[in-house]
Design a protein around this ligand. Structure first.
Ligand code: TNX
Length: 521
């Protein structure tokens, strides 16, 4: 008798664990079990919104089902009946800040989140289950699942550089759709750099009007920038999808386009990088930049501004001949140009903090002394782990985005010519998936690691196809690395689930790289 029980128990365990790996969702949920039910989604299905704060989440679900499933679903009025998708807020039995449960039963689907973001994440899991299971028969029957899920990291980011090449609003909204589909929740928008300034600033109109002419590959490219209305639209669209938009206004380096519009604030550069820096020796530079940041802070309600701070030394050749800088160095006993850089950043940091915003910056700025609770450092130089360690030792929160494997301008396959590679350095799907920062960080410091981010620099990204080819399918691997606990990560299993996603890319006209058939284009 005992033996029979043991065998029964064993087969139940096999069924349960088997069911977990079979869940097709990317990123893999913390817990997922198959149930015997099946929900039929049709045009009579209604969406029940359990709390007014979930209206935007409902809109996200409605828009997606309209676009891809051609189902214009209405909202339920009054007490929810059968054939309903319920969106509910509750803190009970749900982990983390953005956790959720998703239950698919015969008569109803319930998505319960412990926050609006949690509900959005539940919606994205549902959308994935719908899309990878749907056939062409017209009816959409979704197999029963009971999922209970929460993210590993709170920062699951993607950065797009639109200074080097402008992609435009429609492409950005499409990117936000895919980010939400994979539960990425931070869109870092690199809007200013050497070739162009892409953001309207009302107080300094020439920034957009003159600064937005040109691109990395074509100095004569027509002016292209986001109006403040465009920004508001993108920020709202992102918020509906649980994505916080973080603007980057790079300084004091990478300032060439701005200096073209307002040369009086230029600190010069060199032949390779003309007018690369803002002028730290001119007191009016600080007022000018602070005025810009005030508008930026109004436009982006994230309460975070990324000030760059990278590669300043590319353009400091003329600083020692600058009278203003010489005086500044004397007045504040600044010994060298690094000290001037630090002074500049500390002063601009005060402006950011005075607006009640957090300051974000690249890892060069780990050297600056800033308040830890208001600063996040982005570690990008994979060949300089010391910089990451310094940031952590100083107590800063950190976002981890090492060039290899998280710079998506590096190619996915050593044979690719679209994009960058350095000798053997490129970023295959597997590296993006498998990356773990733990070997560089002690357990205590892991609490300061906010999460992971991929950065798409666009020097080589001249059109949408090139962008898609670099982003897909690595975005899915990034998402699982940032969402799923290490103990549940499994590359073989991931690639099995990924195969189904490629069909979705085809349906969406995405020009993706197929890792299972590298010669396909
Ligand atoms: C370094 S990463 C940069 C970018 C370039 C990128 C190219 C960083 C903070 N600065 O300006 O676009 O390399 O991979």
């Amino acid at each position: 008798m005992k033996k029979i029980y043991a065998a029964l128990l064993f087969s139940m365990i096999v069924v349960v664990t088997g069911a977990q790996t079979a869940c097709p969702v990317i990123p893999a949920p913390a817990k997922a079990t198959v149930t015997n039910s099946s929900f039929v989604l049709n045009k009579y299905t209604r969406i029940y919104v359990g709390d007014a704060s979930l209206n935007d989440a409902a809109t996200y679900l409605q828009q997606e089902l309209m676009k891809k499933e051609l189902l214009p679903l209405g909202l339920a009025t009054g007490v929810p009946g059968q054939n309903t998708i319920l969106l509910v807020l509750s803190k009970k039995n749900i982990e983390g800040d953005e956790g959720y449960t998703l239950g698919i039963k015969d008569k109803a689907i319930s998505i319960v989140g412990n926050s609006v973001g949690g509900v959005v994440n539940g919606i994205s899991s549902l959308l994935q289950l719908i899309r990878v299971q749907k056939n062409n028969s017209g009816t959409i029957a979704i197999a029963g699942w009971q999922i209970s899920d929460a993210p590993r990291y709170r920062w699951r980011g993607f950065m797009l550089d639109e200074s080097r090449h402008f992609m435009g609003k429609q492409k950005v909204l499409q990117l936000l759709d895919w980010m939400a589909f994979y539960k990425l929740n931070r869109f870092h928008w690199h809007l200013t750099d050497e070739p162009a300034w892409r953001l309207e600033i009302k107080r300094y109109p020439r920034l957009a009007l003159l600064g937005s002419v040109g691109s990395f590959t074509d100095p004569l490219a027509a002016a292209a920038y986001y109006t403040q209305q465009d920004i508001a639209d993108v920020v709202h669209y992102a918020a509906q999808r649980n994505i916080t938009v973080v603007p980057e206004i790079d300084m004091p380096g990478h300032a060439t386009a701005a200096n073209r519009a307002y040369p009086e604030f230029s600190g010069g550069g060199n032949d390779q990088h003309p007018d690369f820096t803002f002028d730290p020796g001119n007191a009016r530079t600080y007022t000018y930049l602070t005025n810009i940041l005030r508008e930026v802070n109004m436009l982006f309600p994230s309460g975070m501004i990324h000030l760059g701070g990278d590669e300043v030394s590319f353009g400091t050749d003329k600083w020692l001949q600058n009278e203003g800088i010489k005086q500044l160095m004397e007045a504040h006993s600044l010994k060298d140009l690094k000290a001037v850089e630090r002074y500049f950043m500390e002063r601009m940091a005060d402006s950011v903090y005075s607006m009640d915003a957090k300051l974000l910056a690249w890892d060069e700025m780990a050297e600056v002394n800033l308040p830890r609770e208001k600063t996040i450092i982005f570690w990008w130089r994979h060949d300089k782990p010391a910089q990451l360690k310094m940031a952590l030792e100083k107590g800063y929160d950190v976002v981890v985005c090492p060039r290899l494997p998280y710079y998506f301008d590096f190619v996915q396959d050593s044979l690719h010519r679209m994009g960058r590679k350095w000798g053997k350095g490129y970023s295959p799907l597997k590296d993006v998936y498998s990356y773990e920062v733990a070997s560089l960080v002690n357990e205590q410091q892991m609490k300061q690691v906010q999460g992971l981010q991929a950065n798409l620099w666009t020097e080589t990204v001249t059109n949408f196809n090139r962008m898609d080819y670099l982003v897909f399918p690595r975005i899915a691997a990034l998402a699982e690395a940032a969402w799923t606990k290490e103990s549940l990560k499994n590359y073989e299993d991931f690639t099995g689930r990924l195969k189904k996603q490629l069909g979705l890319y085809r349906d969406a006209d995405i020009y993706f790289y197929n890792p299972f058939n590298p010669s396909e284009i």
